[in-house]
Write a protein that binds this ligand. Structure first.
Ligand SMILES: [Fe+2]
Ligand SMILES: [Fe+2]
Length: 143
């Protein structure tokens, strides 16, 4: 049994991650619907699957928070989104990299709490977010 304080810190961290995922899903929805021009088409192709992809991450986190005895947040992180496509992608790249760092920390916390399954799942989220970051970087290199 993990100590109570560490478990609470893990739950709080997962709730931050949840707010970030909810915010990312909404941000990508906004960007997909407002991006214009040829670059906007590419952005849409890249990000449309991630509107639901990031929401899937949010669903996993919310269910895990409840399973650990916590209460999932309903408040997404708010974003101020750049209007131009390149600015959007640069902004998104920063978010994806922050998500990777967040999940690295969270997987260590999960391990400390003896939550091996959660740790492995968080590492899978790192794989997903790394894939997103690499795709965005590849597009940005060509802009
Ligand atoms: Fe995500
Ligand atoms: Fe992502």
């Amino acid at each position: 049994m993990a100590d109570k304080k560490k478990l609470q810190q893990l739950i709080d961290g997962l709730n931050q991650d949840l707010a970030n995922e909810l915010g990312a899903s909404i941000l990508y929805l906004y960007q997909c619907s407002t991006a214009s021009g040829w670059d906007g088409e590419e952005l849409r192709e890249l990000l449309q699957p991630e509107v639901t992809g990031e929401m899937q991450h949010a669903i996993f986190l919310a269910e895990k928070i409840v399973a650990l005895g916590g209460k999932p947040t309903t408040m997404p992180i708010q974003h101020k989104c750049p209007k131009d496509v390149k600015g959007m992608l640069q902004y998104d790249l920063k978010l994806e990299k922050e998500a990777i760092e967040g999940y690295k920390l969270r997987s260590m916390q999960a391990e400390e709490c003896g939550e091996t399954g959660l740790k492995i799942k968080l590492e899978e989220l790192i794989v997903d977010e790394t894939g997103h970051a690499e795709k965005i970087e590849r597009i940005l290199r060509g802009m």
